[in-house]
Design a protein around this ligand. Structure first.
Ligand code: ZN
Length: 79
């Protein structure tokens, strides 16, 4: 009985936490990540949410190589 109450209380806490901290899809790879773990990077003049520093580095590299337009065109085809 006590265990059931504890389990129910924990489930409620997790549900509240998930609602207060929704997941966001990474701009580069689509991985869903909690909002508080999102890494932000400016790409093509816009602040983008990504899942990790690896994805941020890829976007920075693409921009430094002057390939932003091609990247966005390809991404649009794939989305
Ligand atoms: Zn990612």
């Amino acid at each position: 009985m006590m265990l059931r109450k504890l389990s129910s209380a924990l489930a409620e806490i997790f549900a509240r936490s998930a609602a207060a901290n929704p997941k966001i899809a990474c701009f580069h790879c689509g991985e869903r990540v909690r909002q508080r773990r999102v890494v932000q990077v400016v790409f093509d003049g816009v602040c983008r949410d990504v899942c990790c520093h690896g994805c941020a580095a890829i976007l920075s590299t693409v921009e430094q190589l002057g390939q932003s337009e091609q990247y966005l065109a390809l991404k649009q085809q794939l989305d």
